[in-house]
Ligand binder design. Structure first.
Ligand code: FAD
Length: 492
């Protein structure tokens, strides 16, 4: 129970996914550092905390329920890793991951990583390659960076790719990349909300090639290599899988007398009562808090907060989610003809398959499969193919096996199959998302002590959630300091 004491600030964090847990930890750390008595209660609906971050171990296999890993280019996540003493358990992906593949014209083809390899590649026609090169001469749009104020200027990822690099590039490279990251459809996602960096590059440098050249030149001057233009960074996980991050945060909060993580606690409604926040749960309990941080997915937040304002009811509920099936297949090494020397393969829509992509998980991280076996992680469904989810586990497996068998030279049946169905896997930032967030933010600001966070809003990755947890904790502490200042002034 949160302490009912006038001198202590009580905070309810709704949902114990990585967004909620990292926010709770950051808040406790900041409160401790500032000498403020602050108690945090995390309410989690599931029987275990972590949301999508859960690692499953069965018969020597180690599988991920959700994320496979995170890129090491976000300092906030690495700070969290260090804060939790997890550096030694950090696991870097293997060098094989430099090789990434696409299914193009029914053949697995490696994505070229150098200009020379690109010119030699048979993935695109010469005309398509020339169209890509013409990007240098395409002027930047004049209305970039205005998607929040003027949703009419919000371009889809496909429109951006086609405009700057040509239709073939958009179809062969961008479409599968969007499926791999968002389980999404490049024709239905906002570029500004999903890949804000791309908008910045066009705005600041006039185009992508110009940006890459200028940034490479600048780095060379500084004695560094690379460009910073793309989502650089190396994929990392932990030897015990992504669940290790959750276990460590939860253990830290459990050891803290001013923190509590309540599982099997389904929040139903959050209301304002006498200047405080009342959190009511499905078991009929309710308790009051000074501050509420809503970190559940937007569709759940709409149910909790919708009665407070129609913007919450309508806009939070309107953020769509892609359904996704993750199907882990384990094989004896000699039952797979393909060398699996790489990260995996993504499948463009034009290939007309149910498979969105397959990661060669045991080639990426050691310790994921028993000796002499290999682990494949298939993704199917997604925003573009929700009907796939209506099938039984056996039907899904059989469809994917029939698609993969000729491509990877699979012999016989898998020795291990695990089907994980995410009915609402990943938030889809559709055109108008930034304008929608603007309205949600304006309404949230009218309710003192209410904050929204999580992957539904400003970035779907683990890195985005962890980064936002730092900023949010800082904002909460700043608002508390301002409020204490006011109270002190009023008392004088
Ligand atoms: C299949 C898949 C693969 C992914 N791969 C990657 C990847 O490789 N790298 C990466 O960075 N990201 C990846 N992601 C995205 C990543 O999982 C998310 O960024 C992250 O897990 C989102 O965290 P969250 O806390 O916002 O939400 P979630 O993890 O969804 O947690 C939300 C929590 O809210 C709880 N909740 C809901 N309703 C209530 C309620 N009424 N009361 C209390 N609690 C409630 C839920 O039980 C859940 O625990 C992947 C996602 C999926 C689904």
């Amino acid at each position: 129970m949160a302490p009912q004491n006038d001198n202590i600030t009580t905070v309810a964090v709704i949902a114990g996914g990585i967004a909620g847990l990292a926010t709770a930890l950051n808040l406790r750390d900041r409160a401790r550092a500032e000498g403020r008595d602050l108690h945090v209660t995390v309410f989690e609906k599931g029987s275990a905390p972590g949301g999508n971050l859960q690692t499953i171990r069965q018969d020597g296999w180690q599988l991920e329920w959700g994320p496979n890993g995170f890129l090491d280019n976000e300092p906030a996540t690495l700070r969290l890793v260090d804060r939790l003493g997890l550096r030694e358990k950090l696991q870097c992906s293997s060098d094989a991951t430099a090789h990434r593949f696409l299914l193009v014209n029914g053949r697995i083809q490696e994505i070229p990583t150098s200009p020379k390899a690109f010119l030699k590649s048979r993935m695109m026609s010469t005309a398509a390659k020339l169209r890509m090169a013409a990007e240098l001469f395409i002027p930047a749009r004049k209305d970039l960076g205005r998607a929040a104020e003027d949703p009419g200027t919000d371009e889809t990822i496909d429109q951006f790719g086609t405009r700057r690099l040509g239709k073939t590039f958009a179809d062969i490279m961008l479409d599968p990349m969007v499926k791999g990251v968002f389980g999404g459809d490049s024709k239905r996602l906002s570029l500004a909300a999903s890949f804000p960096r791309m908008v910045e590059l066009e705005k600041d440098y006039g185009g992508l090639f110009k940006a890459m050249t200028k940034m490479a030149r600048k780095k060379k001057k500084e004695g560094k290599s690379g460009t910073d233009a793309g989502p650089s960074g190396v994929l990392h996980s932990f030897t015990g899988g992504m669940g290790s991050l959750i276990d460590a945060v939860v253990a830290d909060l459990a050891a803290d007398p001013l923190a509590e993580v309540k599982t099997n606690t389904d929040v139903q409604r959050i209301s304002r009562e006498d200047g405080r926040w009342m959190v009511a749960t499905a078991d009929g309990e309710s308790s009051t808090f000074d501050i509420v941080i809503e970190a559940a997915p937007a569709h759940a937040a709409a149910r909790h907060l919708g009665h407070l304002d129609p913007v919450f009811a309508d806009h939070l509920a309107a953020i769509p989610f892609a359904p996704m099936a993750v199907i882990a297949l384990g094989f004896s090494r000699d039952a797979v003809t393909h060398d699996l020397n790489g990260f995996g393969m993504l499948v463009p829509t034009q290939e007309k398959r149910d498979l969105l992509g397959v990661l060669w998980t045991s080639s990426i991280f050691g310790g994921r499969a028993p000796d002499g076996q290999v682990l494949l992680r298939c993704m199917a469904g997604g925003y573009g193919n929700p009907g796939f989810m209506d099938q039984t586990d056996q039907e899904m497996t059989s469809v994917l096996m029939s698609e993969l068998r000729p491509l990877l030279g699979l012999k016989g049946s898998p020795e291990m199959v695990r089907v994980i169905k995410h009915t609402r896997a990943i938030a889809q930032y559709v055109p108008g998302h930034l304008a929608r967030l603007r309205e949600i933010d304006q309404v949230t600001a009218k309710f003192p002590g209410l904050y929204l966070t999580g992957s539904s809003y400003r970035g779907i990755s683990v890195n985005n959630c962890v980064k936002e947890s730092e900023t949010l904790a800082e904002n909460v502490m700043r608002d508390l300091a301002v409020e204490s200042g006011h109270t002190r002034t009023e008392a004088l």
